[in-house]
Design a binder for this molecule. Structure first.
Ligand code: FES
Length: 68
């Protein structure tokens, strides 16, 4: 599940999910491996907008609240 992904990536989860999934923060930023990334639907425009603000954005970054 997504918590495992968070732990696997050793992210700092302080404040994780601050906006409770309303795409108003980027605290739920996670970096997926490419296998997992490929299985997901494309992010919507609002998610991409928030991802642009996420610290350490990567090509396989997503906002976890949108993919759980
Ligand atoms: Fe804020 Fe995901 S919890 S965008």
């Amino acid at each position: 599940n997504m918590l495992d992904v968070v732990l696997d990536n050793k992210l700092d989860i302080d404040g994780f999910g601050a906006c409770e999934g309303t795409l108003a923060c980027s605290t739920c930023h996670v970096i997926l491996d490419s296998e997992n990334y490929k299985t997901l639907p494309e992010p919507v425009e609002e998610e991409n907008d928030m991802l642009d603000l996420a610290y350490g954005l990567t090509p396989t970054s997503r906002l976890a609240c949108q993919i759980i």
